[in-house]
Design a binder for this molecule. Sequence first.
Ligand code: MRU
Length: 358
Amino acid sequence: MTENCVPNPDSNHLGTLAIIWHGDHLALLDQRQLPDQEIWLTYKDASAVADAIRDMVVRGAPAIGISAAYGVVLAAHQAGDTKDWRADIEVAIEVLAKSRPTAVNLFWALERMKTRLQACQSAAEAIAKLTGEAESIHAEDVAANRLMGRHALSVMGDEPMAVLTHCNTGALATGGYGTALGVVRSLWHANRLKRVYADETRPWLQGSRLTAWELQQEGIPVTLNADSAAAQILRQGDVRWVIVGADRITANGDVANKIGTYNLAILARHHGVRFMVVAPSSTVDMALASGEDIPIEERDGTEVRAVRGVSIAPDGVDVFNPVFDVTPAELVDAIVTEKGVIERPDRDAMQAMFATRD
Ligand SMILES: CSC[C@@H](O)[C@@H](O)C(=O)COP(=O)(O)O
């Protein structure tokens, strides 16, 4: 892995891109350093990509899946034309699968890469076919995001509105454009957005460090708030929709997303504000019956005890740091994927839309 600073080649269209494939190496914008520094890290090694996912150089469910897919391509390059090329790539897939547990997009992308690998007869064919598959996963994500923006607007009402969002679901968290933040972009371009309230999103601060930065760069009106201000904001009556992304949506419509999402869903229902989940179908896991089955990642307590290296708690205090929560389907007003919108999701509606993967 090497480090350098390069200007973002395509920041107008899709937002600030964070994943760039260069044919034989992967460049990731280091999200741990934003918004202070724009540092690009270069990867030529699959296990280094797994570390980048674990350490949150790259984060956000779709972005994790895309990066892992390119990690498999790097494994194919590394394996070269040795007699063990296939086994080496399979080992790399296992390593990548252990990087983070909650976002199903990771396992979905690796499954696609594995299926593609199985059909390859030679190392050279594997490099070519796996590259094509990773690039397709990347391009399909961007296309899905644009489509979700259009679908979402069709159920949101025509009056300009304020919305509230959580975590970062923008270009930085995806192949480009974003999921929930893609809807925000679509509202803005349709002149239907008054303002976005962005939860700061403790403890990792995806909202303040990433969402506020991403929106500010494009001149989209954003107001940053402490997570604990959300109830007060929703009570004021200006916000019509809370819009969030997802890391996994189960067969009954339950939604795992960044910790604090469940709080927001309860607040939204209490205040008569509608609650929308926006995610590509690669986030839907029909193999799990309900949110109770979703593995919820717990990260190190240091993330809560300190902010960017500055201690904010007594040394060594015990910490509980689950980084995702599960919002029950009955609190969700709409799930938006590229396949369309499900209003008031339940098992039957999910089954009708996602019974098959394509
Ligand atoms: C389009 S991103 C959707 C989700 O992945 C996002 O809301 C989220 O929870 C990200 O968590 P993170 O821990 O930053 O990877």
